[in-house]
Write a protein that binds this ligand. Structure first.
Ligand SMILES: Nc1ncnc2c1ncn2[C@@H]1O[C@H](COP(=O)(O)OP(=O)(O)OP(=O)(O)O)[C@@H](O)[C@H]1O
Ligand SMILES: [Mg+2]
Length: 414
């Protein structure tokens, strides 16, 4: 800390990672600001000096995520001391962002921040008391609130079912299904039994993405569901590294509505009886058993991208569900290839899209670049081929949070 009186303070792991913030703090507070390390902040807030502080600029990036407990304690304590917390986030996970805002941070700026962003935020803070959660960030925060609220407890069978459906061709639904199932099956320190069902009976690509043969038995089983029982179903499964069980689509192209809803229900129930988690890759078309899958799943993830085609399909999809009085509350929209946190125009397009569809995005997945298609072509989960890929990291986080929530050991604000 430098000279007194200190009215404002940055709190970060290392403020040198936020050079623009340093410049802006200097412009805004001249000598009246200091910097604190996250690890020193709680004890500083206990000292009398802290009483003079008006603003804390809490600057976080992805590497701070393991310290979330300390960070939340800092926000709580600062709020108790009537110190306004301004969050500056460099590609922070939306769930963490949500938690920090929920804990009482009053303003949020992405990093690198827009010009004059800090000074405008400080001005807003100095105006009359405002409710927490900056309005500018409303979309991000509500999303995650919806996210956490929308995951019900386990189903009666003890199996939590996630269905994933692309609302336009090639938006990344199968890639998400495959990698989410893999991440669930390989959660650290846990060994949940995970099944992955490829229900796109025509062009299902789970087998390709995991380099599995398509067994003849799948076709036989699909054509004669009457005889289906756990034993038969088990024989149709294949495992990836002994960790993930997969029911692929058949070699032959079958009609998507080959199975009437009650037969599909039997198939899903049989699978659910064998696993803790069941991930279903849905065809992107609406079929006679879509409703069955929706009703049976705990969370249904429609996947879209930020384009007009996706927006229009999403609108029609939601309208159809509402019209049919189906449980829309199970939907958790996934925006794939979402713009980066720092892409402000992209972010505002996301916000407009969410508003115009009257939905919120439960998940935003980044573009993982060529590595994603490469690992699909290679028949390997991203984690095994490109574990540092940003898309993989995000899907791993999603798996972890779904598991935590599902296991009931969940996260603040959930
Ligand atoms: N976030 C991402 N970043 C980079 N590449 C991606 C991403 N998501 C998906 N892809 C790639 O996009 C292509 C289409 O993905 P995928 O097969 O998962 O889409 P889909 O919605 O299941 O398509 P279909 O309509 O054929 O079922 C694949 O090559 C995949 O590797
Ligand atoms: Mg697919």
């Amino acid at each position: 800390m430098q000279g007194a009186p200190i009215l404002a303070c940055t709190v970060s792991r290392d403020v040198q990672n936020f050079e623009i913030l340093i410049d802006e703090m200097e412009a805004e507070f001249k000598d009246g600001w200091g910097d604190l390390r996250i690890s020193d902040t709680l004890s500083f807030l206990d000292q009398p000096d802290a009483a003079l502080l008006k603003v804390i600029a809490l600057a976080l990036d992805i590497e701070d995520e393991p310290d979330i407990e300390t960070i939340l304690s800092i926000v709580h304590k600062a709020t108790d001391l009537s110190i306004a917390v301004l969050l500056i986030a460099d590609e922070l996970d939306p769930l963490i962002l949500h938690q920090v805002l929920q804990a009482g941070a009053r303003e949020f700026l992405p990093y690198p921040m827009p010009e004059a962003g800090l000074s405008e935020a400080v001005e807003r803070l100095s105006k009359a008391d405002r409710p927490p959660l900056a309005a500018a960030n409303a979309v991000d925060t509500t999303q995650n609130a919806a996210t956490e609220a929308s995951l019900p407890s386990r189903t009666t069978t003890g199996c939590t079912i996630f269905a994933i459906q692309g609302l336009a061709g090639g938006v990344g639904a199968t890639n998400l299904a495959v990698n989410l199932a893999w991440e669930l099956a390989t959660l650290k320190g846990e060994t949940p039994r995970v099944g992955l069902l490829d229900m796109d009976q025509q062009f299902g690509s789970v087998a390709t993405y995991l380099d599995l043969p398509r067994k003849d038995l799948i076709f036989e089983l699909m054509s004669d569901i009457e005889t289906l029982d756990e034993d038969v179903f088990r024989q149709a499964l294949q495992t990836v590294d002994g960790k993930l069980s997969v029911f692929t689509s058949p070699t032959e192209i079958l009609p998507l509505d080959l199975l009437p809803p009650e037969e599909m229900e039997k198939l899903i129930n049989t699978a659910a009886g064998m696993f803790d988690y069941l991930v279903i890759d849905m065809p992107s078309a609406l079929v006679n058993w879509t409703e069955t899958a929706l009703r049976m799943s705990d969370v249904f993830f429609p996947v879209i991208e930020l384009d007009l085609r996706s927006a229009q399909n999403a609108l029609r999809f939601v309208r159809t569900l509402r019209f049919e009085d189906l449980p829309v509350e199970k939907l958790r929209f996934v925006l794939n290839r979402a713009p980066k946190m720092t892409d402000l125009s992209g972010k505002s397009r996301v916000k407009r899209m969410a508003e115009s569809l009257d939905i919120s995005f439960g998940e935003k997945l980044p573009d993982g670049g060529k590595a994603v298609a490469e690992s699909n072509d290679h028949g390997s989960p991203l984690a095994l081929r490109s574990s540092k890929n940003p898309l993989r990291k995000e899907i791993a986080k999603l798996a972890k949070s779904l598991h935590e929530i599902s296991a009931g050991s969940a996260v603040a604000g959930g």
